[in-house]
Each structure stands twice: as structure tokens, then as C-alpha cells.
Design a protein around this ligand. Structure first.
Ligand code: CA
Ligand code: CA
Length: 148
């Protein structure tokens, strides 16, 4: 179970990072974690993006960070509103940041730092609005073993 890699404190740190990031932007960030990924991680992230209804934000500015802990694959993708602003260079920077942490087994550190960086970037293009609502849950989405 990939969930076992994350203590209650780890999970709280990740959710708190999402909340902190979302206080600066109208954008939404979600994290999906599962053990296995047989697909290209980008394709799997796109599947989860749909499954988690992440295309429903008003400004098309949601970002999904996807991690397959056992198969050591991960991806970060954004909806079209954010993607057309940041281009590939930003996603690549985030991937490198996460790779550095993940390769030493520090999933929580990699995720929280990437989330905060995404928050900073979203803030530039999609500043926080008084009318902000939490369009997508801040909770981590955990997948089960094998069915990925
Ligand atoms: Ca929001
Ligand atoms: Ca949210």
C-alpha cells in the first residue's frame, strides 16, 4: 500500500501545503498517489485528472501531481488555463525538484516543495480572489495496489 509510506503527519504536511498554496491563488492543486503505474505516467495522470473531475474549475487552472511510489513514476500536469501560461519549462523544473527528493525516498518533502512552487507560479497568473471557493478537495487521493 503506497499509503503506508505516508504517516499521518506526512499526509497533514501535504494537505497543509495545498491549503497554503491555494490561499495565494484561485488555482487548485491535487495530489494522487498509488503504488503502480503500467502506463506512461503522463497518460495515467490524464486519466486521474478526468476521474477526479479536475477539468471543472472555472478558470481551467487546476494542477495534478501524480506519483506511483513502487514503480517510481511521477508526473505533473495542468489544465489548459495554466498550461498555456507556463509552458513545458515550468513542468520540467517541478519534475526535477521532485526527482531530487523522490530518488532519496523523500516523497513528502518533494511533494510539499513542489506544491508550494506550483502555488507561487499559479499566483502570478491566477491571483487569489475574494470570491474564491475551494473548487477541488485538498485531500490526497490514494489509489489501491495493482489496478493502476
Ligand atoms: Ca480555490
Ligand atoms: Ca483545493
Amino acid at each position: 500500500m503506497s499509503k503506508d509510506l505516508f504517516t499521518a503527519d506526512d499526509q497533514t504536511s501535504i494537505v497543509e501545503a495545498i491549503k497554503m498554496a491555494e490561499k495565494q491563488t484561485s488555482g487548485e492543486i491535487r495530489v494522487h498517489i498509488e503504488p503502480n503505474c503500467r502506463l506512461d505516467p503522463i497518460d495515467r495522470a490524464l486519466e486521474m485528472f478526468t476521474q477526479l473531475q479536475m477539468h471543472t474549475t472555472a478558470l481551467k487552472n487546476s494542477v495534478l501531481i501524480y506519483v506511483a511510489t513502487e514503480d517510481k513514476k511521477f508526473a505533473i500536469i495542468g489544465d489548459e488555463g495554466i498550461h498555456e501560461k507556463v509552458k513545458d519549462a515550468f513542468w520540467n523544473e517541478e519534475k526535477e525538484l521532485m526527482f531530487t527528493h523522490f530518488s532519496s525516498g523523500n516523497f513528502t518533502g518533494g511533494l510539499t516543495q513542489a506544491i508550494l512552487k506550483v502555488g507561487e507560479k499559479l499566483k502570478l497568473h491566477f491571483p487569489y480572489l475574494e470570491s474564491d471557493t475551494d473548487e477541488l478537495s485538498n485531500d490526497i487521493s490514494f489509489g489501491e495496489k495493482t489496478d493502476a
